[in-house]
Design a protein around this ligand. Structure first.
Ligand SMILES: C[S@@+](CC[C@H](N)C(=O)[O-])C[C@H]1O[C@@H](n2cnc3c(N)ncnc32)[C@H](O)[C@@H]1O
Length: 241
């Protein structure tokens, strides 16, 4: 890990980090027609360009393999880009359950997931996650939270309930170009992200950290947590949605 930052360390510029991201993506992630097709279909269907960057998708894929995960829960499917990466990491018999509120997004995702050849291991649950999660049966080995940020604390609570000690949880977009530490940033999304991070810090069911990222999607980051064997629950200060 990095030591003391020297005074001559350059400040990253968007051009610089995009070039590094492109280099790392070309070298370590590569390009794949089914994934490129999924992104093209998302764009032509008018879905927003908010899928994870390829380097982050590859990290999710590796985490599934490192954890030996067989059952994955994803909250926030969009057009299925991250879902395909997750599903491709599963061993035979493994399964991804992914939850998406928007019927149009779920339909685009279904087509792309099937085209990528992993349709048999992906179940899309269309509906608001707050309604779908209580109908699911755990334990899941890995949970990826990437939907409405206002509900991050609620989703973390469900991830712990539907997990087991050792379940890996990843929460995307927790840095938001630094707005999480800007006291003037008071939007519902940034506040939802802060509540989620505070729950990860306070609740003994989680052990967590978070990393900042500079990639094709700009300055952001993700939290990563493991579910502990504690069964006490911290009461969040703000009501869960
Ligand atoms: C950031 S995108 C997900 C990106 C996807 N994980 C990827 O990397 O390819 C967030 C998705 O969550 C969905 N979403 C928003 N609120 C939701 C909710 N309450 N329940 C389920 N899905 C929701 C949105 O419709 C959107 O498709």
């Amino acid at each position: 890990m990095a030591g003391r930052v020297s005074e001559t360390t350059p400040v990253p510029t968007p051009e610089g980090w995009r070039a590094v991201d492109a280099y790392l993506t070309d070298l370590l992630v590569g390009h794949d027609e089914a994934l490129a097709h999924a992104v093209r279909d998302q764009r032509s269907a008018g879905l927003p360009p908010i899928e994870v960057a390829p380097v982050s998708a590859k990290l999710l894929h590796l985490l599934v393999r490192i954890a030996g995960a067989r059952r994955i829960l994803e909250i926030g499917t969009l057009g299925g880009y991250s879902t395909i990466w997750l599903a491709r990491a599963l061993p035979a018999g493994g399964r991804v359950t992914t939850c998406e509120a928007e019927p149009r997004n779920a339909a685009v995702a279904r087509r792309s997931i099937d085209r990528a050849g992993v349709g048999d291991r992906v179940e899309i649950r269309q509906g608001r996650a707050a309604d779908v999660l209580p109908t699911l049966e755990g334990p899941y080995d890995l949970v990826f939270i990437d939907a409405d940020k206002e509900s991050n604390a609620l989703y973390l609570d469900w991830a712990a309930r539907l997990g087991r000690p050792g379940t890996v949880i990843v929460v995307d977009n927790v840095v938001r170009a630094g707005r999480i530490v800007d006291p003037t940033a008071t939007g519902s999304q940034v506040e939802g992200v802060r509540r989620g991070l505070e729950l990860l810090a306070a609740d003994p069911r989680f052990d967590a950290t978070a990393l900042q990222t500079l990639d094709a999607k700009g300055w952001d980051g993700f939290a990563i947590a493991v579910v502990t064997d504690a069964d006490t629950v911290a009461v969040p200060e703000a009501p869960l949605h």
